[in-house]
Design a protein around this ligand. Structure first.
Ligand SMILES: C[S@@+](CC[C@H](N)C(=O)[O-])C[C@H]1O[C@@H](n2cnc3c(N)ncnc32)[C@H](O)[C@@H]1O
Length: 294
């Protein structure tokens, strides 16, 4: 039976009561800047995630949900190989790897020349540990923490010009402390969801659909995640639900997502405090959706 918090076409009034994350635990912040990360709305997501023996995240990104839930086991996957390599190196190398990352955070490396030289080193190196450490450096020194590649697969985000980029030692240690329960996998969402078993819970946070109804999916990002992929994700969720495996999907609240996820048991809508600039002048308040299949 489908139920909505707020009727379709109408944005639900803001729910003022926010559930605590994992009892009394305070929010844990991801150590990477990541577009679309769910740190700000983590309470909303945790509130609709059912208990289970393992949480599967096919679109793990910065791991905001992993860090703020308490499942015995996790499969954390993403299509970005550099991101997954970083998590694998952190889990394997521990504190020594964190120190290797920290060594790049010097005033000498916070210059235009050093940034482009280290960016080139990142693109050329075949040393997986060095590449992972440089990924942390680039994430904190590049423009807006973006992660973007050219057609040839080279990372190409420009220098960010920050006065003193923050090295997230404490956040990396917190991630490391939990990494023992997680398997980090470089995979597409279909490959990841195929691994789900009864007892698992699946949380999906795909790239957002475009906000404007006239915008094309294909113009949303270079690594196209278009209408076909959104429909494929909904179909995967429906087939896992048929096997008794609950799935929660995040996205913008748009007509497209209300339709794509129409077979979800529940759709929750809520406003967020974040603003996304669509054309540099108009800043539109964005509404978020959680589609729950359970
Ligand atoms: C909105 S972000 C996830 C944010 C994450 N929940 C967080 O809190 O940081 C979407 C992620 O999907 C990944 N992605 C894009 N296409 C994918 C695909 N086909 N399969 C798996 N992951 C994909 C991107 O690399 C990105 O990390």
């Amino acid at each position: 039976m489908r139920s909505h918090i707020g009727p379709p076409g109408v944005i639900a009034p803001q729910i003022t009561r926010v559930e605590p994350v994992c009892g009394t635990m305070s929010r844990m912040k991801p150590f990477l800047k990541w577009a679309g990360n769910k740190y700000q709305i983590i309470e909303r997501i945790v509130a609709v995630l059912p208990p289970g023996t393992r949480l599967i995240e096919p679109f793990v990104g910065s791991g905001a949900v992993f860090l703020n839930t308490d499942y015995p086991h996790y499969i954390l996957a993403d299509a970005n190989p550099d991101l997954i390599n970083l998590y694998q190196q952190l889990k394997r190398g521990g504190q020594a790897f964190i120190e290797q990352c920290c060594a790049y955070f010097t005033p000498e490396n916070n210059t235009t020349g050093a940034f482009y030289s280290l960016r080139m080193k990142f693109n050329l190196t075949t040393d997986r540990t060095e590449k992972a450490a440089l990924f942390v450096y680039l994430n904190k020194h590049c423009y807006n923490g973006l992660c973007r590649y050219n057609a040839g697969g080279a990372y190409n985000v420009p220098f960010g010009r920050y006065a003193k980029p923050y090295f997230p030692a404490r956040e990396m240690m917190a991630f490391l402390a939990r990494a023992g329960r997680a398997s980090f996998q470089h995979a597409t969402f279909v490959e990841t969801m195929q691994q789900a078993q009864v007892g698992d819970v699946v949380y999906c946070d795909p790239p957002y659909v475009p906000l404007s109804s006239t915008a094309k999916f294909t113009s949303y990002s270079a690594t196209a995640f278009g209408a076909a992929e959104q429909a494929q994700l909904a179909a995967q969720a429906e087939s896992l639900l048929a096997r008794g495996i609950p799935v929660v999907i995040s996205n913008h609240d748009t007509e497209v997502t209300r339709t794509v996820y129409q077979n979800a048991s529940q759709q929750h809508y809520f406003p967020v405090q974040r603003f996304i600039s669509c054309n540099g002048k108009n800043r539109n308040k964005v509404n978020e959706m959680l589609a729950v299949y359970r």
